[in-house]
Write a protein that binds this ligand. Sequence first.
Ligand code: SAH
Length: 507
Amino acid sequence: MAEYTDLDGAVNDVPELSDSEDEEQWMEEDDPDHSDESVPCLFCNRSISSVSETFRHCQADHGFNVADLVRKHRLDDYGYIKMINYIRTTKCSMETLVSCSGDALPWSSDEYMKPVLPDDPLLQIDVEELTGDASACDDVSVWMQRAQRAEENLSRAMDDLHKLKVFVQGLVLNSDGTQKSAGSVAELREDEDEAYFSSYGHYSIHEEMLKDKVRTESYRDFMYGNTEVFKDKVVLDVGCGTGILSMFAARSGAKQVIGVDQSEIIYHAMDIVRANNLESVITLIKGRIEEVDLPVEKVDVIISEWMGYFLLFESMLDSVIFARDRYLADGGSVYPDRCSISLAAVGDTEKHDGRVAFWDDVYGFKMPCMKKAVIPEAVVEVLQPETVISEPTVIQMLDCNSVSLSGLEFTSDFILKITVNTQCTALVGYFDVFFDRGCANKVMFSTAPHCTKTHWKQTVFLLENPITVQSGEELPGQITVRKNKKDPRALIVTLTIRDWRQTYSVQ
Ligand code: SAH
């Protein structure tokens, strides 16, 4: 945890906030919240009936004036709490307390934030109560001073927050400076993931997916062509959307299909299932797969269409892995069962000029910073297959039946075998999907540039400066794929080619 900024040194010229009359007034006030309690004294074994009585006793018998100390050290709530815990921990004398001054208060450590006594009534008061009653502060200058102090407190809090952020960032960095895992989307709070699910609430995204024939027909052909995988089985459809995969599974002979989706589209799915008289087989549940209670303990088959741009964007595979580990019966299968991610080199000088060199001369002005902004954003677009200038190389294979979350972030060395004498201006990434396991009729589809285009298109990583390459040359590189720790649904991709290195976001 971050150290809190020392309060005494940081605040200059804060005048006294109340006069002794106010203090008296506070001392005289009833202390209704704490009057029934027994409050252990800070310095002796006595327990006293209320907080105000305790402080009165501390002042009369031990010479301890809490308001004086709070003012002297300009303690805020945290400083006050730490002081009380420090006194209770160390059982220090009044002399020690009085002699404290300057920056190094002995209670500045955060260890003193921990209460020494459970429910210590002395910790349940507002420091402002100690230094004066707000109603006594009619004087505008006093209000101004208070406002100034509040601003200073806020600035210190921001400072602390910044330190905490730096500290936490340090925690997620390995000693070699590389990022550790950003965690699973299962850990996202509902409000953090709201935008994601509301994007799936609208019909248009489902229309686009359903009209993507390469995608939807592959699922259909796999299920209709391998009915033995589904016959009399219990099937879980993770992220059922309109229910299309659940209905394919039902038509393939599944005994029971459970479709789960957190987005509002599931209400349409309920109507769709009824419209097709499949409600006796398909049960639909609204909610996150990580949170819902399924009506069964285990399922035989999990189907899901979880793939995002560059395969892993959206991180929905996290949720399928969760479902697999929680619900899949021994011997059960997840489909699709295998996926690969591939890279190839691209030579498209015209497009590179249009996107990158363009910023060198914009109506006679150079805009180098714009170039710097363009490069790190991977572009999702359909690539002209004739611009591919190397053989493809697989950089990662995923087995959906065994992969763990850590396998979704990886580093891979690759070699691109160049097939044309030209300039390499970018790399292209895409993925292939396989329905293989136990299937008499295996099905696969590819999102490669030379295949029928899909709604996933391809993902293009522009090079800042084109590289001259020769046919037959082997261009070595390395790729690292990580979740963005600020948004585990987004990806950070780092490419190293020859001695040039660039980090991209896929979002
Ligand atoms: N299966 C449908 C929809 C696929 S799109 C089809 O093939 O057409 C992915 C769907 O998964 C979206 O509707 C999204 O809301 C849902 N989804 C993603 N993560 C989820 C989770 N953790 N829990 C429940 N639903 C999820």
